[in-house]
Design a protein around this ligand. Structure first.
Ligand SMILES: [Fe+2]
Ligand SMILES: [Fe+2]
Length: 358
């Protein structure tokens, strides 16, 4: 007998009128393998070694035997079906059979056709349950494999995201380095304004630190200071390096540089906050600056800081139009004189606190 054959039937009769041999021959005649036992111990041993689909047994209410057998066999094989034989039908038999989920009850006189119908029906139902169980196991296995694949995909996705983030960061810093190189090249066009952007960056950061601005904002101000005059790329040397006073038309050209600078940087969307500071770095506190004529708090604090740092550096370094620079004292006096008109008083206050150490 093949122990994995799921059509096997177990007969357990210790003392029956039905006749074990008769029943065995009847079931074997239907093509189902049969095992016959006469004790519960024997039944449990063979049940552990074989895949029975149906157990046919007598129902004995007077002893624990039948219920022990049912409970014991279900522990070994939860899907097994039960048919019970009892000489007489009674409501108590029906109640007990229902309690133990017995599929069919056979009583005297035995109807052979009905008995075979019950056997075939149990074999069929068990076979259906068995295939469902197998499918369920396969699905569980597939599920485990899917989960493994999923974990591996998530890991690959995380790695790719990290690589992408690194690439993006590399690209960002490459862009920034390129733009800064450009800004330095513009400073270098005029030997008088050499290092101007770097000086403005140093002063701006010192003022921003004095104002206790958040680190992120200080970093934005530093970047904006390094790039603030990038729009001067569009101004010709004839105007930019002119030693004499500028004509009205030339001033109009000069005044375009904050807007031109913002336009140059605009495609670099990650610099959006920096770009706004570049655009506003010539706005004055009283609204007389350019390009928009913004007033007071309408000008970003970072731009108000840049404006003062820019003006201070222009005063204390030589220029084409003024070879002799202001002394630090004179520049400070000039800034104080323009507090509240050109410069934001709170920015001036912070500047005065640190100017000695510049
Ligand atoms: Fe400027
Ligand atoms: Fe400047």
């Amino acid at each position: 007998m093949n122990s994995f054959d799921n059509r096997q039937i177990l007969l357990y009769f210790k003392n029956s009128e039905i006749g074990n041999f008769f029943l065995e021959q009847l079931i074997l005649g239907c093509g189902y393998p049969v095992t016959m036992v006469q004790t519960i111990e024997e039944a449990l041993v063979v049940a552990a070694q074989n895949n029975f689909c149906l157990v046919i047994t007598e129902f004995d209410f007077d002893s624990q035997g039948t219920s022990d057998l049912i409970v014991g066999l279900r522990k070994v094989n939860p899907f097994v079906f039960f048919m019970v034989y009892s000489p007489n039908f009674s409501p108590q038999l029906y109640t007990e059979a229902t309690k133990f989920s017995i599929s069919y009850i056979i009583t005297k006189p035995i109807d052979i056709d009905y008995l075979l119908f019950c056997v075939k029906s149990c074999v069929k139902q068990h076979s259906f349950l068995w295939s469902l169980r197998k499918e369920n196991e396969i699905m569980k296995e597939q599920n485990v494999n899917f989960q493994k694949q999923n974990i591996s995909l998530v890991k690959r996705l995380e790695d790719s995201t990290k690589n992408l983030a690194k690439l993006y960061e590399d690209l960002r810093s490459t862009y920034l380095r390129t733009i800064k190189a450009l800004a330095q090249a513009i400073d270098a066009r005029d030997h008088y304004t050499h290092s101007h952007s770097q000086n403005v960056a140093n002063y701006s950061v010192r003022i921003a630190e004095r104002l206790k601005l958040p680190l992120r904002e200080i970093e934005l101000i530093r970047q904006a200071a390094e790039l603030h005059d990038i729009g001067k790329i569009a101004i010709s040397d004839a105007i930019l390096l002119k030693a004499a006073a500028l004509t009205m038309e030339e001033w109009i050209e000069i005044k375009k540089h904050p807007q031109v600078g913002a336009q140059i940087l605009e495609p670099l969307t990650f610099l959006s906050e920096v770009i706004e500071l570049v655009r506003q770095h010539h706005e004055r506190f009283d609204g007389t600056g350019y390009p928009a004529g913004l007033r007071a708090e309408a000008i970003k604090l970072g731009a108000r800081i840049l404006h003062l740092a820019d003006a201070y550096d222009a005063m204390v370094t030589p220029r084409a139009y003024r070879i002799e620079p202001f002394s630090k004292g004179k520049a400070v006096e000039e800034i104080k004189r323009n507090t509240g008109s050109q410069f934001d008083p709170q920015v001036v206050e912070a500047f005065l606190d640190i100017v000695e150490s510049l």
